[in-house]
Design a protein around this ligand. Structure first.
Ligand code: CP
Length: 306
């Protein structure tokens, strides 16, 4: 894994993912043992789009490993605002840093960045396309809380058209046995055809598409809620019409399995009522915490420091 880029969830084999999850669990158990692992190393966090969890968890991960960070959360404070190309920015930053985490609104931008970088590039989200480190977070959460990555019925609810975390999760979970997806969305926000054709159908993965969460919630082992992605809509009226399509509340939770877990990549807007936060099946804040540990493990593996 040393010096590899992580652009797409399929860039790592199942064996490599297992190695990352094993290390993340070792870090969770004994964080102090890793606190100088990246002494002298630098992570560049280049965020051309807003973020709370991904940027801060990358930065916290590097700090907890003893390393340093540089970067920006607002591209206007970099020479991108003067017209510098992404290629030139990446060439420069890969001189200054040992690893780059980049979020960008353009689909495919992380792949482009990797072509110009002499250090590993981690895709921290490229438009509505992929978000592979969210997927590492999601898989580690499932592995820890549900004890295995196989044999689950997973309901994914909300904006399945623009939600990059959904696209990455389906791709990654398609490699595990006995997974069934129930895709819950308004018809305007259905999963893209290429995911159905190239991933689900091609791999003979059972799935169905429905519009009502109430119809299927009792079947689920995992409910993955998502936000309607306001920033990806071209038409504000359509966003306003669809934004409250799903609101998970305790009434709906009452008919779910006792051991179902509720995940969400966050940020949430209205789609999970705050009352659900106190239900022991709500896993989304734990999931965000695991995101930091899995990013620590990822940085250690990419830098080859152990
Ligand atoms: N899950 C996630 O990507 O959150 P942020 O947009 O806050 O980074």
């Amino acid at each position: 894994m040393i010096n590899k880029h992580l652009i797409d969830p399929m860039d790592f084999s199942i064996y490599e993912l297992d190695e990352i999850f094993k290390l993340a669990q070792e870090i969770i158990a004994e964080p102090k043992r890793f606190s100088h692992m990246c002494d002298g190393k630098i992570l560049a966090a280049l965020f051309y789009e807003p973020s709370t969890r991904t940027r801060f968890s990358f930065e916290a991960a590097m700090m907890r490993l003893g390393g340093n960070i540089l970067g920006f959360s607002e591209p206007n404070s970099s020479s991108a605002s003067k017209g510098e190309t992404l290629a030139d920015t990446i060439k420069m930053v890969s001189i200054y840093a040992d690893v780059i985490a980049m979020r960008h609104p353009k689909e495919g931008s992380a792949r482009v960045a990797s072509k110009y970088s002499s250090v590993p590039v981690i895709n921290a989200g490229d438009g509505g396309h992929q978000h592979p480190t969210q997927t590492l977070t999601d898989l580690l959460t499932i592995k820890i809380l549900k004890k295995k990555l196989t044999g689950h019925t997973i309901g994914i609810c909300g904006d399945l058209k623009y939600g990059r975390t959904v696209h990455s999760l389906i791709k990654a979970m398609s490699r595990y046995e006995n997974i069934k997806f129930i895709l819950i969305s308004p018809k305007e926000l259905k999963i893209p055809e290429y995911i159905k054709e190239e991933i689900l159908s091609k791999n003979n993965i059972e799935f169905k598409e429905v519009e009502r969460l109430e119809e299927v919630i009792s079947e689920l082992d995992i409910l993955y809620m998502t936000r309607i992605q306001k920033e990806r809509f071209f038409n504000e009226e359509e966003y306003l019409r669809l934004k409250d399509s799903y609101i998970l509340d305790l009434e709906k939770m009452n008919v779910a399995k006792d051991d179902m877990i509720v995940m969400h990549p966050l940020p949430r807007v209205n789609e999970i009522a705050m009352e659900v936060d106190y239900d022991s099946r709500a896993a989304y804040f734990k999931q965000a915490e695991y995101g930091m540990y899995v990013r620590m493990a990822l940085i250690v593996k990419l830098l080859g420091v152990m």
